[in-house]
Every structure is written in structure tokens, then in C-alpha cells.
Design a protein around this ligand. Structure first.
Ligand SMILES: Nc1ncnc2c1ncn2[C@@H]1O[C@H](COP(=O)(O)OP(=O)(O)O)[C@@H](O)[C@H]1O
Ligand SMILES: [Mg+2]
Length: 325
């Protein structure tokens, strides 16, 4: 069932079209990612869905409730982690959550239990009586996720949740986020301009200049780019090159003593390649296209030129984490 439906949504600010006729649906219990550069229209879309902003035209609903006409029902169904932190630094972690629990009219006899539950989930239970101003960036983000969950929303919005965090904290945060749909029975709508982070999503919409330019699973989007690159080292590159070219009918190139070729499904053509070149093979590695390659292909520009260091590590750790669970 689709828990979020958006149809032909448009938002203009004067002569700027921040959101330009977007439509999508999000299945309940999934992680949906909005991936796009700064200024693409991600926060504007979230603000409309969260009933904080009226669209110029179009429709949006959450859990069957119209975001414009039934805003109080929508608000009860959602939790939000904003792009900029909104915690009260002079309160403790637990006090911040209690404050929020009052705002959401959570029954007094259930409050303490709810607060403790979410604090345990984000691994901050031991720090619950510490002032937030003593917390690191990563801890604050986790506390905001806890706060967003306290009234048990059906949908949790996370707007650039990892902005400004160091790589280690980002990885930790993604581990929490990946667990959310199952453990807390929520659907996640998140935005990021760090392409590798979008790997945890079940589905992604790539947004640029207010328009959705591609939508699909991370694998679907990457496959559309046109293939993996396979690198092979052999004891005799000249003969191996000829034989692989004959077998697959494609061009093999050589760089720094290593052969490489692009093929649609690298993982399935590797075994055959190895059988062909037999004992000459020294090493084989497979490089999959990244979501940045997808963005580059679609728009002709990199989503993010700077700050990509450390991202491969994160990507690998998130994948390893997913495999373990
Ligand atoms: N309140 C506003 N008034 C005028 N322009 C705005 C306002 N909010 C956003 N914009 C513009 O709309 C575009 C999309 O912004 P935003 O949704 O914040 O993008 P993102 O979150 O993807 O970085 C940008 O060009 C931004 O400057
Ligand atoms: Mg934004």
C-alpha cells in the first residue's frame, strides 16, 4: 500500500520554481530517498508534505490524509528531523524528549517508558541526564531521531540527517536508520546530497532543479548507466585480451598493466572470463557504477564535487551491516 502519494506537485516562490511538477508514491515500510544537489527542491517538498508549506498546485497525501486539508491528521502521522538541529541545548536528552511528548499529548503514565525506549534504541540511554550541549553532532542527530519517533509516527521525515557529521557518525546513524522500518514500523522519507548514503534506500528519486529526473532502486538506477567495469591482471595480458575480446565481442583496454572492460553484469561474466584465461589470471576486481555516475550521466554534472572522501568506507560499512542483519 502507498502511504505517501504526491501528484503533480508544484511550488513557486516568486519567479523561482522550487518544485516543478513532481509525482511519486511511497510504499509503506520502505526507505525512500530524495537525492539531489543543494537547491534541488528537497526541503521544499518535505515542508509541503509535513504541512508546513502550501504548494502552488498539485496534491499530496499521507496515510490517506490530504496534506493541505487535513493537516492535523497528517501531523499526528508523521515525525520530522529537520535539516537544522532544533534541540534545546540547555535541557537534558530526556527533558528534550519529555517536552516533545507533552506537545504530542502522550499519556503521562506512558511518557517515561516511551522516552526510555527511544533512548535505548538510539543508544543514548546512559546519557539521558546529560545536557544536550555536551553532545557530539552524531549524538544530537540520534536524539532528534528518537524525538521524531516518540509519538510512534507512521512516517518519519529525515532532511539531510547526516549533514555536518564525521564519517564514523554517519555510518552509525545509517545503521539506526536502516533498522527503523522493521523495529519501529515506520516508513522513511529522507533526503541527502551525499549520493553514497542513498544506497540504504529501497527506492530513490533523483531530483534536480525541482524535477524528478530518475526514480528506481539503487541497482536499477546504476544498471541504467550501462555497466560495471571489470579489471583483470594476468601473467600474459596480450593473449588474455585477445581471448576475452573474442569471447565477449567487446573491447578490452589496458592501463598500468591491468586489463579492463565494461560489461552490463560484471558479476555474471567474471566466472566465464576466468575459465577462458585459466591459470594466467592473477587478480580480478569489479567496480560498480555509483549513484554519482548516474547523476553525472543524467545531468552532465557531478552531484557533489567536494567531500567525497571517506564515502567509500561508509558505503562498504553500510553494506556489511545490511548483510549481517
Ligand atoms: N522561502 C523561500 N523563498 C524563496 N525561495 C526559496 C524559499 N525556500 C526555498 N527557496 C528556493 O527554492 C529552491 C529549492 O530550495 P530547497 O527546497 O531548500 O532545496 P534543497 O533542500 O534541495 O537544497 C532554491 O532555489 C531555494 O533558494
Ligand atoms: Mg534542503
Amino acid at each position: 500500500m502507498s502511504i505517501i502519494r504526491v501528484e503533480n506537485l508544484i511550488k513557486r516562490f516568486g519567479n523561482i520554481t522550487a518544485v516543478n511538477d513532481i509525482s511519486f508514491e511511497i510504499e509503506e515500510g520502505t526507505i525512500f530517498g530524495f537525492l539531489g544537489p543543494n537547491g534541488a527542491g528537497k526541503t521544499t517538498t518535505i515542508n509541503i508534505l509535513c504541512t508546513l508549506l502550501a504548494p502552488t498546485s498539485g496534491k499530496a497525501s499521507i496515510n490517506g490524509h490530504d496534506c493541505m486539508k487535513e493537516s492535523s491528521k497528517v501531523r499526528k502521522a508523521i515525525g520530522i528531523v529537520f535539516q537544522d538541529t532544533t534541540l534545546d541545548k540547555d535541557l537534558t536528552a530526556a527533558e528534550n524528549l519529555i517536552f516533545h511528548a507533552y506537545l504530542y499529548n502522550i499519556a503521562k503514565d506512558k511518557m517515561q517508558e516511551r522516552v526510555d525506549d527511544v533512548l535505548r534504541f538510539v543508544d543514548l540511554y546512559d546519557r539521558k541526564d546529560d545536557l544536550v550541549k555536551k553532545f557530539s553532532g552524531g549524538m544530537k542527530r540520534r536524539l532528534e531521531v528518537a524525538r521524531g519517533l516518540i509519538h510512534r509516527p507512521r512516517v518519519l521525515f529525515l532532511d539531510e540527517p547526516t549533514l555536518g557529521l564525521d564519517p564514523q557518525s554517519r555510518t552509525n546513524l545509517w545503521e539506526f536508520i536502516a533498522e527503523l522500518p522493521e523495529k519501529h514500523n515506520v516508513t522513511i522519507f529522507m533526503t541527502t546530497h551525499y549520493m553514497e548514503e542513498a544506497e540504504v534506500c529501497d527506492r530513490i528519486a533523483i531530483i534536480d532543479n525541482g524535477k524528478i529526473i530518475a526514480m528506481g532502486t539503487p541497482d536499477e538506477l546504476k544498471k541504467a548507466v550501462g555497466g560495471d567495469v571489470v579489471y583483470i591482471k594476468t601473467t600474459d595480458n596480450a593473449s588474455a585480451k585477445k581471448e576475452i575480446e573474442r569471447l565477449f565481442r567487446l573491447d578490452v583496454s589496458e592501463k598500468e598493466g591491468e586489463l579492463y572492460l565494461t560489461c552490463v553484469m560484471g558479476d555474471t561474466c567474471i566466472p566465464e572470463m576466468i575459465r577462458t584465461i585459466g591459470e594466467r589470471v592473477l587478480s580480478v576486481r569489479l567496480q560498480r557504477p555509483t549513484l554519482n555516475d548516474v547523476f553525472l550521466k543524467l545531468t552532465g554534472k557531478a552531484i557533489r564535487e567536494e567531500e567525497t572522501s571517506g564515502m567509500d568506507t561508509i558505503k562498504e560499512e553500510v553494506r556489511a551491516y545490511r548483510r549481517r542483519h
